[in-house]
Design a protein around this ligand. Sequence first.
Ligand code: NAD
Ligand code: ZN
Ligand code: ZN
Length: 395
Amino acid sequence: MKAVTWQGVHDMRVTEVPDPVLQEPTDAIIKITSTGLCGSDLHLYETLAPFMEAGDVVGHEPMGIVEEVGPAVTSLRPGDRVVVPFNVSCGSCWMCERQLYSQCETTQNHEHGTGASFFGYSKLYGQVPGGQAEYLRVPFADFLPVKVPHEHADDRFLFLSDVLPTAWQGVQYADVPDGGTLLVLGAGPIGDMAARMGVRQGYRVISVDRVPERLARVEAFGAETVHLDEAEQAGGVGDAVRDLTGGRGPDSVIDAVGMEAHGSPGASLVQKVTGMLPDAVAEPMIKKAGIDRLAALHSAVDAVRRGGTISISGVYGGAADPMPMMQLFDKQVQVRMGQANVRRWTDELLAMLVEDDPFGVDAFATHHLRLDEAPNAYEHFQKKEEGMVKVVFQP
Ligand code: NAD
Ligand code: ZN
Ligand code: ZN
């Protein structure tokens, strides 16, 4: 089959790889009909390169039609339409019983000290073949895949794989008081969706980014916007947002940017250099060093009101990142974060999508492309060119 494979820094290619086969009686094989490109894939493109191997199949936002199921699978049949959560979680371990699916103890990666495996996401997360491919092997098929109706085009349900649950968890963790103000840093797919959800919850939402067409999308949904570069020139995001909130700052902040934030030139260089080093040198370096670009997270700490909450959806990966502890402590800030526990939220989100489209998912993708077009799509998405906000590949 054809699949998008990682071949090196800034080098994703569509190559022929063996078709996946059933390996466990509880597996299913899915024929992929749509599969998303995510900001998380960009970390593999550059920063997390030392944890990738040439030929790794990437992608973690797939949906499609069940092609084949193992003999022990009872709740799925060939022909069922499913969306696959990005966490590989068993559904029955101690963590899964507590719905902490991104910490699944059956698929944790002890060798790297990391949580549950993900599809298509480096050795740090199990090196599981990913979903930007024609077919995908899905373990724990009685629990993991989300069965969806056959009505509607794929985009209605596709974002249950990642964007919707990640943004939803981000908003839940932000713990915004009724009628409160939510600042969302980043208007990529995750920040955009979190802003839409905040607006739908009745919060005042302020979104920050530097890409005009991304700001325009959230504005059309009812968020106020702040242009990052203008704010930086005028004294910083914190001041800009305090000006809009009577001097106090927003009740809650979602960081939907993560480790590749603009405005952190030193760390940007470190990321480029470690991406180029031999794996044996770079792997331990990344694990011990502060490789994150922290501009957005530092904005969050500065902007949030005293006693407010920061919810971090953006991915960070450093081990020695300097954090403003005095400010965090003195302002009495609560911080929550983590990979989304996707399956924790999919049933309630699916129920919202069956009859209606409250978050505008039908028109959320800016590009529908063939899998062959992946190499270009990665490049444009990373550079935020061509109005590219959310890409969906249709193998
Ligand atoms: P993206 O890269 O398209 O979006 C990031 C946005 O942040 C861009 O629009 C960029 O212009 C903006 N930005 C950069 N620096 C900024 C700054 N200093 N202040 C404000 N905005 C800034 O990616 P995405 O798909 O929206 O993902 C966002 C983050 O969420 C990534 O780190 C991704 O890995 C992470 N993510 C986490 C989970 C999870 O489970 N927690 C799931 C999916 C994605
Ligand atoms: Zn994703
Ligand atoms: Zn589990």
